[in-house]
Design a protein around this ligand. Structure first.
Ligand SMILES: NC(=O)CC[C@H](N)C(=O)O
Length: 382
């Protein structure tokens, strides 16, 4: 297959030359790398990647084609895609078409035949930065000028671009025992699916939903999803979360949701040098002292509290309940005096291992505890 020449230019001037992959054109975003050996369809359709140009460190991508089941949302969200060697064959019983056809039909600009190992090592050394990919020009200087004029990830509010316009409901499987209101900051389909398996009916709300809208049908808990952009821009959701904490509504947050809960509890967020993106990140759960292998996709993180594992907030004591064993990054919070907890990674996986699935069981346990305390309280009042 003959391909047009393409170039990739990083904002520090480093240039990689390759060939056009997917749509022919030009695109800009934050250059990041994902280390997953599998799961490229889920990666491409994860709304948390909005605004990012994703390089896959696995050398050959596309082997299992594209199917009709594994999309994690309604479309591909990455700003651009970088691979070493596109598979010439799509071989899987579920494949409906090839990866490149899908990229082209969704207008996603990519580049292949790039030394993704050298690119990744460069990003690890120099940190995540802006990048441009073009199959319209081969002039690196000209593209660099446009890269330098493109927007930064720090300070980016990308949630409005990915959130649902209208609320929708995902029904529980079997007996419906619980209801959850989910704030869609860029939710992946596997989350309501995981909740449904536990008898939870989930209503997914636009990110702009107010506390009253979220609580109108009396849900048992509120879920804060993953999502793209800088958590420092999520002021509305942070104040919604503070109100939920005040009203003692159970809250569970993942990824962006963990950053929102943390900020609502008074912690700061900061940008990691190059982030965590992959499906084999070791995390310690301090509740059980067990290590789980987890799926990550985050470029920001919660700043560790000065007091260490435990810290005091206006909502009571909080524990840093999960930490990443590669670099000690805060990976989860548990409120000890309020019904709220969160993790920085992806218990819904897709792609990735299922070690963290227990976190959805914890939500059911939390709701049951709150329900039985409420029942006791009502009895005591009577
Ligand atoms: N997957 C996510 O929710 C990512 C959260 C946030 N956008 C970050 O990069 O850290």
């Amino acid at each position: 297959m003959s391909r047009a020449p393409a170039i990739l230019v990083l904002e520090d001037g480093r240039v990689f030359r390759g060939e056009a992959f997917g749509s022919v054109g030009e695109t800009f975003g934050e250059a990041v790398f994902n280390t997953g050996m599998t799961g490229y369809q889920e990666t491409l359709t994860d709304p948390s990647y909005y605004g990012q140009v994703v390089a896959q460190t696995a050398p050959q991508i596309g082997n299992t084609g594209w199917n009709d089941e594994d999309d994690e949302s309604r479309r591909i969200w990455v700003a651009g895609y970088v691979v070493r060697d596109p598979s010439r064959l799509a071989s899987n019983w579920r494949a409906k078409r090839g990866l490149e056809d899908e990229l082209a039909s969704q207008g996603v600009v990519g580049i292949c035949e790039v030394d993704t190992r050298a690119l990744t090592r460069h990003l690890r050394e120099a940190g995540a930065m802006r990048v441009g990919i073009s199959s319209r020009t081969t002039d690196a200087e000209e593209l660099l000028a446009r890269v330098l004029a493109s927007p930064q990830m720090a300070g980016a509010n990308h949630v409005p671009a990915v959130t649902t316009a209208e609320p929708y409901t995902y029904e529980a499987k079997g007996t419906a025992a619980y209801t959850v209101a989910a704030v869609d900051l860029g939710i992946k389909r596997n989350t309501p699916r995981r909740l449904a398996e536990r008898g939870i009916t989930t209503t997914v709300f636009p990110a702009s939903a107010s506390v009253d809208e979220l609580l109108a049908d009396g849900p048992d808990a509120v879920f804060l999803s993953n999502g793209p952009g800088d958590p420092a821009t999520a002021g509305h959701q942070i104040s919604v979360t503070r109100e939920l904490l005040r009203r003692r509504v159970p809250v569970f947050g993942i990824c962006f949701g963990n950053q929102i809960l943390g900020r609502a509890l008074g912690l700061d967020t900061y940008k990691l040098k190059f982030g965590h993106r992959g499906i084999n990140q070791p995390v310690l759960d301090r509740h059980t002292n067990k290590i789980e292998i987890t799926a990550h996709n985050h470029g920001f993180a919660l700043a560790p509290p000065e007091s260490g594992e435990f810290f005091e907030t206006e909502f009571g004591r909080v524990q840093v309940s999960h930490v990443c064993l590669n670099d000690d990054v805060v990976e989860g919070l548990t409120c000890l005096d309020a019904p709220a907890y969160s993790v920085q990674y992806h218990p819904e996986a897709a792609g990735g291992p299922h070690d963290a699935d227990y976190l959805f069981d914890r939500l059911v346990e939390l709701i049951d505890t709150v329900r039985s305390n409420d029942a006791k309280g009502a009895k005591a009042d009577a």
